[in-house]
Design a protein around this ligand. Structure first.
Ligand SMILES: C[S@@+](CC[C@H](N)C(=O)[O-])C[C@H]1O[C@@H](n2cnc3c(N)ncnc32)[C@H](O)[C@@H]1O
Length: 275
């Protein structure tokens, strides 16, 4: 188990998002495209997991219209209250926001036509079990869609993972969804069919200084890991790893800077129509 204290791990997440909720911008492109690639129909019931301020939920609500419904859930009280504030200011009356934990949801079986999880699946600790949990709430023929980041995304995390590994420290970064095959297997093992993994390639250059300054510390919350590997690593080992990290970044540096790949996957799976 990569998280030894789920309560403390969730507190770290909620403290962070509660604080950010009021000014949370989110990424509308990513959230909207997650939905547009597997659009719900008029009248559908939709669940948006890790809804934040509801960017995906509002977008889905415009497809299902008043004949359908959308429930957005999030573990952060701050995010849910911000989503509710936006709901009050909107004209939608088919959306509901609730506080809940993505890994322990209580819904009836076969309730939803679509389940989306926009930019939040990386927080899920037991990914296979949770996908199977979500599958039970989907109607036969219903579709789950989530974003996942490959291991080569975000150069600082990728390089930190590589150098820490040398000292026997398993800093996960995005390794659980590290490549298309891993995402496919996750969905397959959780019981989904008609699986589709679409890569959106993107990235930009960062300066060498920026890359070196991005070395992980306690403020970088490790995804699906608690306690933070950095807090339980002896300082002398961390120092060695940091020197290796700087050397790796120098090797990656070009006249334009260090390439920071930020590509990600849109992952989709369907519940068997005969389930
Ligand atoms: C990067 S934000 C994405 C928000 C939104 N989906 C968007 O696209 O703007 C991740 C969200 O996941 C939520 N989250 C993290 N772990 C969660 C969990 N176990 N259950 C429910 N929500 C969770 C956080 O509180 C946060 O609002």
């Amino acid at each position: 188990m990569t998280v030894s204290d789920m309560g403390a791990y969730h507190k770290l997440i909620t403290d962070s998002y509660d604080k950010r909720s009021k000014n949370y911008g989110g990424n509308s492109y990513n959230a909207h495209h997650l939905i547009d690639n597997a659009k719900p129909n008029k009248g559908d019931n939709v669940l948006d997991i890790g809804t934040g301020t509801g960017i995906a939920a509002f977008h889905a609500a415009s497809y299902v219209e008043k004949e359908g419904s959308v429930i957005g859930i999030d573990i952060s009280k701050g995010m849910i209250s911000e989503a509710n504030k936006r709901l009050k200011e909107s004209t939608f009356d088919n959306i509901r926001f609730e506080m809940a934990d993505a890994e322990n949801l209580i819904f009836e079986e076969n309730q939803f036509d679509r389940i989306y999880c926009a930019s939040a699946f990386f927080w899920v600790v037991d990914k296979e079990k949770t996908l199977a949990h979500w599958l039970s709430f989907l109607k036969p023929g219903g579709v789950v869609g989530f974003h996942a980041w490959p291991e080569h995304s975000y150069v600082f995390g990728q390089v930190a993972r590589k150098v820490l590994m040398k000292y026997g420290i398993n800093y996960l970064h995005h390794s659980p969804t590290g490549n298309k095959e891993k995402c496919l297997e996750l969905l397959h093992e959780s019981g989904y069919s008609n699986i589709q993994i679409i890569e959106k390639e993107e990235g930009d250059f960062m300066s060498l200084k920026e890359a070196k300054d991005s070395w992980i510390n306690e403020e970088h919350y490790p995804l699906a890991q608690y306690p933070h590997p950095v807090t339980i690593t002896p300082p002398e080992i961390l120092e060695k790893a940091r020197i290796d990290y700087n050397q790796e970044m120098e090797l990656l540096n070009t006249d334009k800077g260090v390439w920071n790949n930020t590509s990600f996957f849109f992952c989709y799976g369907e519940k068997n129509k005969n389930a």
